[in-house]
Design a protein around this ligand. Structure first.
Ligand SMILES: Nc1ncnc2c1ncn2[C@@H]1O[C@H](COP(=O)(O)OP(=O)(O)OP(=O)(O)O)[C@@H](O)[C@H]1O
Ligand SMILES: [Mg+2]
Length: 257
């Protein structure tokens, strides 16, 4: 579903040049979830933005569902890939109600059945009618993130890109959103690419995990190997030590939600 081959991204030029992604390659088969972990500035969001087609100057190849990304993607192919960001407060328009936020993509893509799509998306993320005409400031942080997820789902995408989707939330709310994402992935067969600096969060959702440092993927591993401390790269070992609280129990938070 997602294939990256030698993707490199640089920002700026001359003395301010930053190599944010260096020769990044990986594949995610349909229905799988890949996580990227790494410290701040290691290039995680850059890779996600390149996959979303938001970095026109990226080098290398990005293939989504068999089609190479180009700057002029038809509207239809943009629909299959949607993104959820860290801060739902920043990503939702403050003067738009939930209804307006969910209506916009339906109008842009000229889809019918707006009413039933909106109600279905709200139900899907565990929100009710009572939330439909609220503004972002009238919702809790977790509810705001549910709205952002509903907005991503409304176009029935095949791929969800998640950039630190829970790091702005309290731990208990974080678990609720992770459970929601796990269920959505299962029910819709979604392919996911998620980035976080938190190993436990990544391991909750993802089968395979890439450890990033200075724009490179140092090591491709699995949630199970990480939980058991089986990593080979010295930087990955250091990251594992920095995530002291991470253990196998972090992997299996109750998925009943
Ligand atoms: N628009 C930009 N212009 C210039 N440099 C940028 C830009 N965006 C990111 N960078 C730089 O590229 C590098 C990678 O940034 P990126 O946002 O991908 O890191 P990250 O791993 O997502 O970090 P964080 O965990 O803090 O979100 C950093 O050194 C950052 O300062
Ligand atoms: Mg980031």
């Amino acid at each position: 579903m997602i294939e990256l081959e030698g993707v490199s991204v640089t920002y700026g030029a001359g003395p301010t040049l930053v190599r944010a992604a260096r020769e990044v390659s990986f594949r995610i088969p349909a229905g799988d979830a890949l996580g990227l972990v790494g410290e701040s500035g290691s290039g995680k969001s850059t890779v996600l933005r390149a996959v979303a087609g938001l970095i026109p100057h990226a080098e290398g190849r990005v293939v989504i569902n068999g089609r190479e990304l180009s700057n002029r993607r038809p509207r239809e192919s943009r629909k299959i890939i949607q993104m959820v960001f860290q801060d739902p407060y920043g990503s939702l328009h403050p003067n738009h109600t939930v209804d307006q936020t969910l209506s916009a993509p339906i109008a842009i893509h000229r889809l019918g059945n707006a009413e039933s799509r909106i109600m279905a998306a709200l139900t899907e993320v565990g929100l009710g009618r009572e939330h439909r005409y609220r503004y972002p400031h009238q919702l809790s942080g977790g509810q705001r993130q549910r709205v952002a997820i509903a907005r991503a789902l409304i176009l029935e995408p095949k791929v969800l890109l998640l950039d630190e989707p829970t790091s702005a939330l309290d731990v208990s709310v974080q678990a609720e959103i992770l459970n929601l994402l796990t269920r959505l992935r299962r029910d819709h067969g979604l392919t996911m690419l998620m980035v976080s600096h938190d190993l436990a969060v990544i391991a909750h959702i993802c089968d395979r995990i890439g450890v990033m440092h200075s724009g490179r993927i140092l090591e491709m591993t699995t949630a199970a190997a990480l939980a058991e401390g089986r990593v080979t790269d010295p930087y990955s070992q250091q990251l594992l030590r920095a995530n002291q609280g991470f253990d196998a129990s972090g992997v299996v938070i109750d998925v009943a939600a």
